[in-house]
Write a protein that binds this ligand. Structure first.
Ligand code: AP5
Ligand code: MG
Length: 217
């Protein structure tokens, strides 16, 4: 069974590669960012609470996330494996994930650490476009991964493409700052556990995918 954590700076390709792993191994992806954006779109209580936090690139309070992940990982569709994207993001969350997993008699089997430079991250996030249909949220890049049919529409579902609210220069700067402060220590945390696999994320998308397929085979 593969219980995979995607780790890497914003824009490293966690979501892009999670989609591909999910299709290949037929296991679901739980993306905290996607779950939060769906709450904002539906204008729920939580959505209203976190909308401005996310737009500014700050982190959503941990208690909310750990509880949400505990509930989501207990759902039936994750029993044959799962990909977690966007979580954990702090040492506290990493410990919480370990506790959730051991409570379910499971463990994290692979941590895929996709490594890129901050300059590359800024280029990727500035040019990212996402499908406006939050059930789809397919990912594109104006230069590196444009849609094949219409430059302004999603290949998968035909909806209009848009820029994410947090892909603006101020929020990108803040997200990278928080990554280096809070998330980067997870590299050592998982290295010590022996589950970390480092992947050179500066290569084209299919090449990164091939490296990951080799690791998961
Ligand atoms: P989240 O949605 O997780 O966003 P993020 O962390 O900012 O990460 P990204 O989605 O920007 O990066 P990615 O690695 O997925 O890149 P992608 O594949 O799209 O979280 C959003 C917010 O929610 C957070 O800021 C926070 O507020 C909150 N939140 C979420 N989880 C939380 C938690 N656990 N605790 C607290 N708060 C939390 O790729 C980027 C672009 O590059 C795309 O355009 C893609 O086409 C392109 N690309 C990808 N790979 C390549 C390649 N190899 N070559 C060229 N281009 C590429
Ligand atoms: Mg993502």
């Amino acid at each position: 069974m593969r219980n995979i954590v995607m780790l890497g700076v914003q824009g490293s390709g966690k979501g892009t590669q999670a989609d591909r792993i999910s299709a290949r191994y037929e296991i679901p992806t739980i993306s905290t960012g996607k779950l939060f954006r769906a709450e904002i779109e539906r204008n729920t209580g939580l959505g209203r609470e976190i909308s401005s936090i996310i737009k500014k690139g700050e982190l959503v309070p941990a208690a909310r996330i750990n509880q949400m992940m505990g509930e989501r990982l207990s759902e039936e569709d994750t029993v044959n494996g799962v990909i977690v994207d966007g979580y954990p993001r702090t040492l506290e969350q990493a410990q919480a994930l370990d506790d959730i997993m051991s409570g379910l008699s499971r463990q994290v089997t692979h941590v895929l650490y996709i490594k890129i430079s901050d300059e590359e991250a800024v280029r990727r996030l500035s040019g990212r476009r996402v499908c406006s249909n939050n059930k789809c949220e397919a990912n594109y890049h104006v230069e590196f991964n444009p849609p094949k049919k219409d430059p302004n529409r999603c290949d998968r579902c035909g909806s209009a493409l848009m820029q994410r609210a947090d892909d603006n220069p101020e929020a990108i700067g803040r997200r990278l700052e928080l990554y280096h402060k809070d998330t980067a220590p997870l590299v050592d945390f998982y290295k010590k556990k022996g589950t970390l696999h480092e992947v050179d994320g500066q290569q084209p998308i299919p090449d990164v995918e091939a490296v990951i397929n080799g690791i998961l085979a």
